[in-house]
Structures are given as C-alpha cells and as structure tokens.
Write a protein that binds this ligand. Structure first.
Ligand code: PLP
Length: 362
C-alpha cells in the first residue's frame, strides 16, 4: 500500500479515507491561502466559520436531516452523551433501555445515576450475540424515551429493524455505524455518534436532536451539559474541537461526492462484509459469534474455539502486516472492524491470510 500504510482493523480510532488524509496533508501548512493551519486558526474567524458551516451542510445533505433537527458538534466523545442524554431528556425521570452489549450497558450505568432505568429487553442470556425481539415491549406510559445502541462495536450485533417504541422517542448511539447506511432521521428523537469509528479524529460527538427536545428549563444543569447551550451557539459556546470538525467535514464531502451517498456506501459495506462472513461460514477453524440476522457490517467478532489458538492467529495476522485484530478484552477472540474507509481489498487480503493459516493448520 501507499506510504507504507497497512490494513488497520482497529475498532476505533480507525482507518480514514486516504484521499481525505492526503487533502489534510496538502492543507497542513497553509489552509487555502489563509496562511495558517486549521489547528492554528481562530474558531471565530470567517475561514473557520465556513469550515463548520460546510460540515453541517454536507452532513444534512448526506443524511437528509429534516429542518426541525439541530446538528451539534460536542466534545467529550460518545461517552459524555451517556450522561447528557438522561440529564436533558429525562423529564419524568424514567427511560427504557435495551441491553445488547458493552456500550448499551455503559449507557445504562450512567443513566441510572440520573433517573430510573427500565431494561425492557436484553440479550445477556446469550452473551449479547443477538438483538432481542422489540416489537412489543413493556413501555411505561411516563417513560421519556427508548434508548438503543444501534451497532454494538464490541459484540458485533446491529439493529436491522428499529424497536417499536409505542410512540416514545427513540434515542440511538450510532457511533460505530454512523453514515454506514441510510437512516431515516425522522424515526428518532436523538441520534449521536462518537466520530472516531467512521468519520474522523477522536474527541468529538455529532448529536442530531429534534428541536422540541431541547429544553430551556434546565437552569441548574451545568451550562456545558445542556443541549441548548450548544444549539444556541452553533456548537461554539467555547472553542470546539476545530480539527476534528474539519476532518469530519472532509469525510462528509467524500461520502457525498466520491462515494455517491449513503445508499452506495451501504452497498459497498454489504459487499465487503460478505467477503468476511462467507469465509467464516465456510471455515473449519474460524466461526462468527453473532446470529446471522443481527450481524454487524462494521465489526466482525470471530473465534477459533480456544483462547490459545485465538492468540496464535492474532500474532499470525500481525506478522503478515495486519493491525488490531485482537478481540476486545471483555469478549476475547478476534475482531475485524471494517468501517466505511476499509477497502474491500483489505478484507480480501485478510481472508487470504486466514485461509493460508487454515491450510497450514488443517
Ligand atoms: C466507541 C464507542 C463509544 C465511546 O466513544 P468515545 O468517543 O470513546 O467516548 C460509545 N458507543 C459506541 C457504540 C462506541 O463504539
């Protein structure tokens, strides 16, 4: 590969489109005649204002975000949203959460510090290897929202059919699937994602929130934790994560102009994940851990059967020049994260490597 780069299967921060990195490189010392790098620029300057405005505009176009939704760029990654969501959206102090893996569990733990959490469905019984049936949940009349993690990065399960929220607003953590497929924003009250999985450098979350959910009666909440603060100030109440917003903006443009939108991105992702899943389904050594209908197109956990052999394969892939295939410490095994920017050739090369291992160990 160019520049001595290697195929990087990291779950996050993760691989970015080479074209975007090249543009960033070309603009590093002097951003479009401004005489400075974006890192050195005042966030109050017209040059930077255009960067953030364009990023929002391109994201709105990509996702067809309706006018009654605000797009916010908030620091603190996805993790801060685990707290901001209940703090801002729990009016009655009660919310329904669906437990499908490590990241929804973390969100549940934080929400419990703010109010009452009802776990209406869980896949804990099978170690989070499927998405539970959520067509007829027990949802209290006074629940403020229903919360899901739409793609569990560690356990590798994804929602292909949204839960029936019985009229309550849906809140979704899309961190590890953000912009990987089309999404009907109007189905949600709030969508958010940490950007370092699919769109940019770490330390930033994109929050897409329906306007009527932004409250102005939360005066006792620290000002930075109120969505209203970020909405009223164009995501620049204080100095934002200027650099991350700049890179994300480039990725939005890339998805729009070079990929041709999210329908196309989804097709590419389906085609790419198929290479890996077809291999796992036919392998005698390796097998995927997730129920077929709920398999993620982004994060693919798989195992050999023994922790010793898992470790041997991780070392084998590393020696062959592939990075970050070790599964998360909480689940073990291996995991290939194949986000938007991972080329199909990368997955094919990995499958070749695993096939070679399999032949040598038959
Ligand atoms: C990575 C991840 C997070 C946490 O993101 P940070 O930006 O590190 O806080 C939350 N949810 C999901 C689904 C993730 O994949």
């Amino acid at each position: 590969m160019k520049y001595g780069r290697i195929y990087n299967f990291s779950a996050g921060p993760s691989t970015l489109p080479e074209k975007v990195l090249e543009e960033v490189r070309d603009e590093m010392m002097n951003y479009r005649g401004s005489g400075m790098c974006v890192m050195e620029m005042s966030h109050r300057s017209p040059v930077y204002q255009k960067i953030i405005d364009d990023a929002e505009k391109d994201l709105r176009e990509l996702m067809s975000i309706p006018d009654n939704y605000k797009v916010l760029f908030i620091q603190g990654g996805a993790t801060l949203q685990f707290s901001m969501i209940p703090m801002n959206l729990m009016k009655n102090g009660k919310a329904v959460y669906i437990e499908t893996g490590a990241w929804s569990k973390k969100a549940i733990a934080e929400a419990k510090k703010v109010g009452e959490v009802i776990v209406a469905a869980s896949s804990k019984d099978k170690n989070y290897t499927y998405i539970p049936d959520c067509s007829d949940l027990d949802i209290p009349e006074d629940a403020d929202y229903v919360y899901i993690c739409e793609n569990e990065t560690i356990h590798g399960v994804t929602w292909n059919k949204l839960p029936n929220t019985k009229g309550k607003i849906l809140v979704s953590d899309q961190s590890s699937m953000f912009l990987s497929r089309p999404c009907n924003v109007a189905d949600y009250g709030l969508i958010y994602g940490g950007v370092q999985k699919n769109v940019g450098p770490a330390g930033l979350a994109v929050v897409i929130i329906r306007e009527d959910l932004i409250r102005d009666d939360l005066k006792d909440l620290p000002i930075y934790l109120q969505y209203k603060t970020h909405a009223d100030n164009g995501s620049m109440y204080n100095t934002p994560n200027c650099w991350a917003i700049y890179v994300c903006g480039k990725v939005f443009k890339y998805l729009k102009d070079d990929i041709g939108g999210l329908e196309n991105m989804n097709k590419i992702n389906i085609d790419k994940a198929k290479v890996m899943y077809d291999f796992l389904d036919s392998s005698k050594i390796f097998k995927g851990t997730v129920e077929k209908k709920d398999r993620s197109l982004m994060n693919i956990p798989f195992v050999t059967g023994t922790p010793e052999q898992d470790a041997e394969v991780v070392a084998y892939t590393k020696a062959a020049g592939f990075a970050n295939l070790k599964g998360h410490k909480s689940v073990g095994g291996l995991r290939a994260s194949i986000y938007n920017a991972m080329p199909k050739e990368g997955v094919e090369a990995l499958v070749d490597c695993l096939t070679k291992y399999e032949k040598e160990h038959a």
